[in-house]
Design a binder for this molecule. Structure first.
Ligand code: FAD
Length: 496
């Protein structure tokens, strides 16, 4: 191993991600007296679910730290336990650090290359870390679909709108349309209403009757039902208009969004002829579910599979063990199923790591967690059946609609590629058509490109892997790459 690497104590376990899954893993490990390192690119713990502002803003905005949050006491309990563990030296918490590349050396140590996500002048570059047991809990990002006008300022990902509300108490618009599908649209609309937005419209491409496709699964997470009732109350109070089987099929405006075109849909997502109409809006918040952040597991060659929502996920056993010995996974990267499920999986992964290292783990605790995890997965399946991405969403696109925003690749160009360049699968659309080759490396357009390039009988795992593989997992200054120990092989990259 290179002397440039920081070799942490052999009994330490490294966790990447301080969201619900990573926090649950860290608190389980430290409660068992096991030292661990917790790395997260955010400056505060909590991940996406418990994103919250700093104390200054809480005081200045005269709001409470927990405004808009569920299960907040679970977070504060873990936070204070981890603060104690950090004081006693058991936890090495590293906020504001991002793993930008990862690999295994000949001794099967995981080598994590770090960069500061919030750069401070003159601060030393964080040394790469070497460890033999690693828990990845890197979460997910918003899944987006293109539509005419989606590149206008004022069109945002629903998760981005939510992040702005939670971290800065700022509504991204005051006359918003929240559109896409799934239960996540509800907290976003409720948060905007609380922050002062008016005339809010929520458009879900699916219908509530979709939950009847798996009624047993739908009742496996009663707390979600209660949250739904809470949002319905908020919608009544704030006169939020909820429209089912309706989509935003275009956004219009001079330099920014001023209006949207809505359309009623059939079950497969086709626009019902003559059903379109326009309404004014200054914000379109769109959400079509989430895409797991698989950069690190893919770089390590971890086995993956396609989940019921069409996402590529890590193929892990019920305890979070992956196909790579020593590597465990928890949270959204093993299936998008919400924060409560992420907590359960984080705890399970930590128990698996403890048991693999010879520590004794209570069998009844594991059984209870497995049963909770099965119920969570069952609910997620019901949710995916109720709120799928409509099959025919691409019929809303025109030839001029930009699909890849970074490289400005239009739908017309992608449609022509099978004929012009014999491009028969998504990877060719990427390599030859440059869709997904820009700054975001396909994080925004990857899912859409994978659907547009898919042909009957195509291998979905291979297609999604080819669009999701990003050996350079985060933007990093070239100087830092140049100073990186020589063993890092960035191969098979789509980054050009
Ligand atoms: C933008 C956004 C907003 C969301 N808001 C809500 C909401 O309001 N309500 C709700 O029910 N669900 C929300 N979700 C869904 C939510 O992600 C999950 O339910 C829950 O937070 C998942 O927990 P997790 O621990 O798996 O992942 P996360 O909470 O996403 O935590 C993952 C953590 O890993 C860190 N990370 C990722 N990659 C790296 C890296 N390379 N190096 C270092 N750190 C890394 C991230 O900074 C993050 O803190 C949101 C999702 C997104 C993408």
């Amino acid at each position: 191993m290179s002397t440039d690497l920081e070799s942490i104590s052999s009994s330490s376990i490294v966790i990447v991600g301080a969201g619900p899954a990573g926090l649950a893993a860290a608190s389980t490990l430290t409660a068992a007296g096991r030292p661990c390192v917790l790395i997260d690119m955010s400056v505060r713990p909590g991940g996406q679910f418990w994103r919250h502002p700093g104390t200054d803003l809480v005081l200045a905005s005269k709001t409470k730290e927990n405004q808009g949050h569920h299960h907040w006491s679970a977070f504060t309990q873990m936070r204070s336990q981890l603060e104690d563990a950090a004081r006693s030296g058991l936890l090495d918490y590293r906020p504001g650090q991002q793993v930008w590349a990862i690999e295994q050396d000949a001794d099967k140590h995981f080598l994590l290359y770090l960069t500061e996500s919030v750069r401070s002048q003159g601060a030393p570059r964080p040394a790469p870390v070497a460890v033999s047991t690693l828990i990845l809990a890197t979460g997910a990002y918003d899944r987006q679909l293109p539509f005419p006008g989606w590149t206008l300022p004022g069109v945002m990902a629903a998760g981005g709108v939510q992040a702005l509300l939670k971290s800065s108490r700022v509504p991204a618009g005051l006359r918003p349309v929240v559109a896409g599908t799934g239960p996540f649209l509800m907290p976003v609309a409720a948060g905007l209403a609380r922050a002062g937005a008016e005339h809010i419209q929520v458009c879900d491409a699916n219908s509530l009757t979709g939950w009847a496709r798996d009624p047993w699964g739908a009742v496996q997470a009663p707390s979600k039902g209660l949250e739904g009732v809470e949002y319905a109350g908020s919608f009544l109070r704030h006169r939020v208009r909820m429209r089912m089987r309706t989509a935003v099929v275009a956004a219009m405006g001079d330099g920014r969004v001023e209006a949207v075109r809505l359309a009623r849909l059939t079950r497969d997502g086709s626009v019902i002829q003559g059903s379109e109409w326009e309404i004014p809006a200054d914000l379109v918040a769109t959400g079509w579910g989430f895409t797991p952040s698989l950069e690190l597991p893919l770089a390590l060659g971890t086995a993956t599979r396609v989940d019921t929502d069409g996402s590529l996920i890590v193929d892990a056993d019920p305890d979070g063990r992956t196909s790579v010995p020593g590597l465990l996974a928890a949270g959204e990267i093993v299936g998008v199923a919400g924060a409560v499920q992420a907590l359960t999986q984080g705890e399970l992964a930590a128990l698996a790591a403890l048991s693999d290292s010879g520590a004794s783990v209570s069998a009844s605790r594991r059984r209870k967690l497995h049963s909770r995890s099965r119920r969570g997965a069952r609910f997620a399946r019901a949710m995916n059946k109720a709120a799928p991405v409509p099959q025919n969403w691409s019929s809303w696109l025109t030839d001029e609609t930009i699909v890849c925003r970074c490289e400005e690749v239009t739908h017309g160009v992608l449609k022509q590629m099978p004929t012009d360049l014999d491009a028969q699968e998504p990877r060719t659309l990427r390599v030859a058509g440059r869709a997904g080759m820009g700054m975001c490396q396909g994080r925004v357009c990857g899912f859409a490109v994978s659907c547009l390039g898919h042909r009957e009988g195509g291998d979905r795992v291979a297609e999604l892997t080819s669009l999701g593989r990003r050996p350079v997992a985060a933007p990093v200054p070239l100087a830092e790459i140049a100073q990186t120990p020589s063993q890092l092989q960035i191969s098979g990259t789509g980054a050009q």
